[in-house]
Design a protein around this ligand. Structure first.
Ligand code: 5GP
Ligand code: ZN
Length: 114
């Protein structure tokens, strides 16, 4: 997926402020943060969205959620609290068609989201 910006981040061919990475996932800071902490967590392997995940993706989905928690620990927002979001499809405003979790924190969040 050479035209996918997040595949390029995962491959190291597009720049990103990487917080940490392993064989399956990459956590990096959002280029246009919506909160004092705004980290994106992606699978290295291209999955278009949560709606495109299949039964065989269960392990990587688990890794993604564990990586979101690790990103929050490393960013120092566990005690204050944080939100994990997966915008999925048009009504949710998903702009980048490569599955990603937003990890947002460092300020109080409103509910429900807009
Ligand atoms: P979505 O609306 O798809 O859930 O969120 C996409 C997010 O990716 C947005 O918060 C946007 O700022 C971020 N983003 C888009 N392109 C890039 C990029 O090239 N690098 C980084 N670090 N973040 C990006
Ligand atoms: Zn991709």
């Amino acid at each position: 997926m050479e035209n996918c910006i997040f595949c390029r981040v995962a491959a190291g061919s597009a720049p990103a402020r990487v917080l940490f990475a392993d064989d399956d996932v990459v956590a990096f800071h959002d280029i246009a943060p919506r909160a004092p902490v705004h980290v994106l967590v992606i699978p290295r392997r291209h999955i278009t969205s949560l709606a495109h995940a299949e039964a065989g993706d269960a392990a990587v989905l688990g890794s993604l959620l564990a990586a979101a928690a690790e990103a929050a620990r490393r960013a120092g927002i566990v005690d204050s609290g944080y939100r994990v979001v997966a915008n999925t499809g048009a009504d949710a405003g998903q702009a980048v068609p490569h599955l990603h979790l937003h990890v947002l924190g460092g300020r109080p969040m409103g509910w429900p989201p807009g």
